[in-house]
Design a binder for this molecule. Structure first.
Ligand code: HEC
Length: 446
């Protein structure tokens, strides 16, 4: 069952295609030969140089009613926080972008990748007195969903979930009947979390008619809203279609025509992993979808490579494990730990709270290797799929290696209710206090 769950989870990444990392446009660049704005001469101003940078790099999250705790949309929002902003930008804390493009790792296509010149400019602006410059009308912030824009479809969860009074984690599945009269080709499917403080991650599955009866029975047999589920959704025919993890807002395929289908009489089910470390409350998360602008002609392939045998002894400072998978000839041959040949265009990493670093490499036939994804400082709160600027060719005979590092020492422990937890034996598992090591790649045809 677990194995199956992860095969399905692999398909998620494939259909989801590309998450927050894919959204957004690239920063406006100065004409060749010209000095960067504010680089010399006049001090930079908010309306001159800083506002465009903040709207490119920050306001997708820092806008009202969104992921970040405060807005940076207007001058009135920004000026009182100027020093704070400069500090967060200078030390690399903001924008949150855990993956590095150093050491030969592929450049990532995401507005959260902030060039050093822009960081320097923000610092210079604050150091020279954070001048306003000539006022301009307030700008609209970019869509929090990135290039996809607002979802074209929202499928409301009919139920509100109330957290139980005890237990650290809960897995709950909600059946959502989309009621579509005809097949809908989608670029992406996602989840709009109702209460992101409680939603650890959420996965959307579609269930073909032969599994729909069993699905509805599971729902009907559980007296509370939805039904209890762990690992998968309890119906073997379910096919993963999209997901949400913290730090991930939207999903965009790298080329039109890549995506999946929502089909009449295939109900959807969203499996939500709740974790109550940040408090208990109510949640009503919906399924969202983006209709494909073009007919969907290709469903991407995926690799899901993980270590299901993790054992982390208490007190140990540095534990490193790696697993290998093969590139195979086609999607039919692809199985757990394998991926079809083609163009790798996105990568996703998953560990839990004790994770320290994560790396995925493509190992060529001659034994040399090439970095696919490197997260030197794992941060559980900032996950997501990273889309590459240029897809990477993967051929039969090559292998993929996933390397995870953990810290299970006294200092490596998470805080719960403000108290650092004592180290304990940690093994593989889906609870937030267990550990995982999973690398996923999304692959399209050449
Ligand atoms: C992907 C979403 C996202 C982007 C993009 C982003 N932020 Fe944030 N920011 C957050 C969240 C969420 C927090 C709350 C603290 C946390 O979770 O790390 C935060 C916190 C902050 C803080 C407070 C840091 C502290 O010391 O607690 C500052 C300052 C900040 N952001 C500035 C910026 C600036 C400036 C940019 C752009 C250059 C930016 N952020 C881009 C999501 C984002």
């Amino acid at each position: 069952m677990k194995r199956l769950a992860f095969v399905l989870f692999a398909a998620v990444a494939a259909v989801a295609a590309c998450l927050v990392a894919c959204s957004g446009s690239s920063a406006p660049s100065p004409p060749p030969g010209s000095a960067p704005p504010g680089a010399n001469g006049a001090a930079p101003t908010y309306f001159g140089e800083i506002e465009p940078i903040l709207h490119e790099r920050c306001t997708r999250c820092h806008q009202p009613n969104n992921l970040a705790p405060f807005s940076l949309v207007t001058a009135d929002d920004v000026i009182p926080k100027a020093k704070w902003i400069a500090a967060a930008v200078a030390d690399g804390q903001m924008p949150p972008m855990p993956a590095t493009a150093e050491d030969g790792c592929p450049p990532i296509d995401d507005p959260r990748v902030m060039p050093q010149a822009e960081r320097d400019l923000v610092k210079r602006w604050v150091d020279t007195g954070a001048a306003l410059g000539d006022p301009k009308p307030v700008r609209e912030p970019p869509s929090p969903y990135g290039v996809l824009g607002a979802p074209t479809h929202t499928f409301e969860n009919p139920f509100t979930y109330d957290a139980p009074s005890s237990g650290d984690d809960d897995y709950r599945c909600f059946v959502i009947e989309h009621g579509l009269p005809a097949p809908l080709g989608v670029s992406a499917v996602g989840v709009q979390p109702g209460n992101a403080r409680m939603v650890h991650h959420a996965t959307v599955y579609v269930v073909p008619p032969e599994g729909a009866g069993a699905l509805r029975k599971l729902d009907a047999d559980d007296p509370r809203p939805g039904y209890s589920c762990f690992g998968g959704v309890g119906v073997s025919q379910a096919v993963a279609a999209g997901f949400w993890v913290p730090g991930m807002t939207a999903v965009a395929p790298p080329r039109p025509g890549l995506g999946g289908w929502l089909v009449p009489n295939w109900p959807m089910v969203v499996q939500i992993h709740y974790n109550f470390a940040n408090g208990r409350g109510s949640d009503r998360s919906s399924i969202i979808a983006w209709q494909s602008p073009q007919i969907v002609s290709e469903i991407p392939g995926s690799l899901i490579l993980g270590d299901w045998t993790i054992t982390l002894p208490p007190g140990e400072k540095r534990i490193v494990r790696d697993v290998m998978g093969d590139i195979v000839s086609n999607a039919q041959a692809a199985n757990l730990g394998q991926v079809k040949e083609g163009l790798i265009y996105a990568a996703w990493a998953h560990q839990h709270l004790l994770g320290k670093s994560f790396r995925m490499d493509l190992v060529h036939v001659d034994g040399s290797s090439q970095c696919l994804l490197h997260i030197p400082k794992w941060n559980f709160h900032w996950q997501g799929i990273y889309r590459f600027k240029d897809p990477i060719e993967a051929k039969v005979g090559e292998r993929v290696k996933v390397t995870c590092e953990w810290d299970n020492s006294v200092e490596g422990q998470p805080f719960v209710d403000g108290k650092r937890q004592p180290p304990r034996l940690v093994t593989y598992g889906e609870g937030t206090a267990d550990e995982m090591c999973i690398g996923t790649l999304a692959v399209m045809n050449r």
